[in-house]
Ligand binder design. Structure first.
Ligand code: GLC
Length: 700
């Protein structure tokens, strides 16, 4: 019942250490049920062996860690993985992470994070696959299947998944981490719950509670959310683990007077494991003995945990896949690196290109704080290292790119980097290099720790030192490509106004530098499409394509005053969900429907042709959106309900089809029943969420 952080283990295997923030006693730690954050086949086998010898019932430990975007082979951050629109590839990445971490002795990862995100101020948008609930469900399923496989948790090289953070953590008020979440029941059910459900339906072994309140009730004490919705409606029968210290934090929320009451509330809500506090191990016994808590609640929690350990096969083999030799062979092997490189290249989104890309060996100056910086694996990569990560400079040198020159230009940011003492020298060196070059690639971005947990930002622009570098380079060379590193969409209005090209590479992981070279030189044609809108300004957030018409829908560009609009900025984002350019062009033909009338039992077929009308091979992400024109409640202007990534050679044409079923049209109506309603629907099929290429049908 107790979660213990691995950092408590010392060489002699005895749990101790100053980090014992939860104040566990030696005895409490000796009977802990799981360990968080320690990895390594040798170390974990040693811990397990000594623990089993001492444990009164010889019940094995379960080893857990945050393998969010890869283990030692680090993949792009999940927000970037969402931009691949390639769930199969993302499943492959999760399977690689499972193989590496299982060989290192791990049994469970705290992933996928299936939180819906629409506010770029929130640092944890980097952990989500984006602003669309349906797309997030596709990726959450893919990650669960990649981690767990399809033939049971005992399968070699598989680890248990943990879908998080249940529920609604991605909508903190004002974009400030851990803040209150205010969602209507309908918004919660139509938008925020579906991706968790997809992961649970995929068989996720565990779920993690979220830090936030919903309806002013902290999730870890929310019986309705956990027992009625998660277990009752969604049918989840696995282990529910609290987030880090979330049970004790019921006291900070002010809904528990002390840790004893916190323990009672959490257990009554159905939380099985207390992560990193001693509420459970210190108080459950006395709560049962006093009759305040039924022992049946303890039994059900313990049974679920024992079942999880049994499903993992730990009673037969407490070491599961831990194997030092296998660990050495698998970790960062060429095959895994190849997968990481392919996924990184597929996650990049070409936001602007006046024709300057792809590069062709001209005299090119690679300038910026991210040219040589190899810390490009995101905030949640505990096990990636700069030494095992390919920077841009290394990637360019690996490829051999003719006349390539390199300069730092400026530090990453005064907050995170060295002091400004060398700023003038760095800038001058960079400007001189830019003057002599045919083209300049400026590698800019936010620090990897400016996103992730506890990393909300009210200002989502680049640091002044980087913008100064950008302006001074643009002043001496018009051929500027910006390669943008970030854990979130940023306000890049000025950059996009002046640069000749902009490539969003997010935090690309171990093979980032090689993948960037692949795309910059056209070895790989970029095919990423935004899984989260780039706002025109932070004043727009939360912003997402599936908004509502309102009673006064504003038509961009008109001067009408009394409409839903701003005085100073447009309503449209800078770049919308689903958007991304290619080195070729595609034409998507008119939408053909198999019928104009649809009975509830019909499957309506939607077909378009897509043609590569350019000069190089590439992939287009054909997206299908549905719009329920009228409903008993307001309906989103459109919702993604299909996508297909299709590879075409120049001149090649293909047919892409989707099917519409009645269940795809359902939502929570005025009575909160989950139904579809008869009426007119519009179907849009195109290359981004703003496509007007559409047709209509009537649901009878
Ligand atoms: C953190 C995060 C959660 C993570 C857990 C264990 O606070 O909220 O996502 O899995 O603690 O590290």
């Amino acid at each position: 019942m107790l979660q213990v952080s691995g950092m408590f283990y010392t060489d002699d295997g005895v749990l101790t250490g100053p980090e014992n923030t939860a104040g566990y006693t030696e005895e409490e730690i000796r009977v802990a049920g799981s360990v968080l954050g320690t990895v390594g086949a040798g170390q974990l086998k040693k811990i397990q062996r000594e623990y089993m010898e001492r444990h009164p019932h010889h019940i094995p430990l379960i080893f857990m860690a945050d393998i969010i975007n890869g283990f030692r082979t680090v993949f792009p951050i999940p927000l970037a993985q969402g931009c691949t629109f390639d769930p199969k590839l993302v499943e492959e990445g999760a399977a690689v992470a499972a193989r590496e971490s299982a060989a290192s002795g791990l049994h469970l990862t705290f992933s996928p994070m299936a939180d819906l995100v629409r506010d770029a101020r929130w640092g944890r948008v980097m952990e989500s696959t984006g602003e669309d609930a349906w797309l997030n469900g596709c990726f959450a399923r893919a990650m669960v299947e990649g981690y767990q496989g399809r033939s049971g948790l005992r399968e070699k090289g598989r680890i248990a998944a943990c879908v998080k953070h249940f529920a609604g953590y991605g909508a903190p008020t004002a974009g400030r981490d851990y803040n209150t979440v205010e969602l209507s029941e309908r918004t919660l059910r139509d938008d925020y719950l579906p991706a968790y459900k997809e992961a649970i339906d995929a068989g996720a072994a565990t779920v993690m509670t979220s830090f936030n309140t919903l309806d002013r009730i902290p999730s870890s004490a929310n019986r309705r959310l956990m027992r009625d919705i998660l277990r009752g409606e969604m049918g989840f029968e696995g282990v529910l683990i609290s987030d880090w210290a979330a049970i004790e934090e019921l006291c900070s929320h002010g809904v528990a007077r002390d840790k004893e009451e916190a323990a009672r509330l959490a257990l009554e809500a159905g939380v099985d494991i207390d992560m990193m506090t001693n509420c459970y191990c210190r108080h459950l016994k006395e709560l049962v003995e006093s009759g305040a808590v039924s022992s049946a609640l303890i039994d059900e929690a313990v049974l679920r945990i024992l079942k999880l350990k049994n499903d993992l096969g730990l009673f037969e083999d407490p070491y599961k896949d831990a194997d030092e030799r296998e660990e050495k062979v698998l970790v960062l092997c060429d095959e895994h690196r190849k997968t990481a490189r392919r996924m990184a290249a597929e996650s990049f989104v070409l936001l602007k290109n006046d024709g300057i890309l792809p590069l062709a060996g001209e005299r090119t100056a690679f300038i910026g704080p991210y040219v040589a910086n190899a810390e490009i694996y995101g905030a949640w990569s505990m096990f990636g290292t700069p030494e095992t990560t390919v920077s841009i400079e290394q990637g360019i040198k690996n490829r051999g790119c003719g006349h390539a020159y390199f300069a730092e230009g400026c530090i990453l940011s005064a907050d995170f980097g060295r002091s400004e003492e060398t700023a003038g020298k760095l800038l001058q060196e960079a400007v001189e290099l830019a003057q002599k070059a045919d083209k300049v690639v400026l590698a800019l971005g936010e620090h990897r720790l400016q996103s992730g947990e506890a990393a909300s930002r009210a200002d989502i622009t680049l640091p002044d030192c980087q913008m100064e570098l950008f302006r001074q380079v643009c002043a001496v060379n018009k051929n500027v490509v910006v390669v943008l590193f970030s854990g979130r969409p940023l306000d890049i209005r000025e950059i996009c106004g002046q640069a000749a090209a902009v490539l969003a590479v997010w935090m690309p992981g171990t093979e980032g530098g090689n993948a960037i070279a692949d795309v910059l030189f056209g070895d790989v044609n970029p095919s990423g499409r935004l899984s989260m809108s780039f706002p025109y300004s932070v004043g727009q957030v939360p912003i997402f394509y599936g908004q509502f018409r309102t009673g006064r829908p504003y038509i961009e560009g008109t001067e009408e005053k009394y409409f839903s609009r701003y005085l100073d900025i447009p309503n449209r984002p800078l770049y919308p969900f689903g958007y991304g350019l290619s080195y070729t062009t595609f034409a998507i033909g008119p939408v053909q429907l198999s019928a104009q009338q649809m009975r509830r039992t019909d499957r309506l077929r939607v077909t378009v042709t897509v043609k590569n009308t350019g000069t190089v091979g590439g992939s287009e992400v054909v997206q299908m959106y549905l719009a329920d024109v009228n409903g008993s409640v307001a309906r989103p202007v459109r919702e993604l309900r299909g996508f297909c990534k299709v590879r075409l050679e120049p001149g090649e044409e293909s047919e892409v089809s989707f099917e519409i079923t009645e269940e795809m049209l359902r939502f929570h109506d005025i009575h909160m029943d989950y139904v579809s309603e008869p009426g007119v629907f519009r179907v849009f099929v195109g290359d981004c969420s703003e496509t007007e290429n559409g047709a209509a049908f009537v649901l009878e």
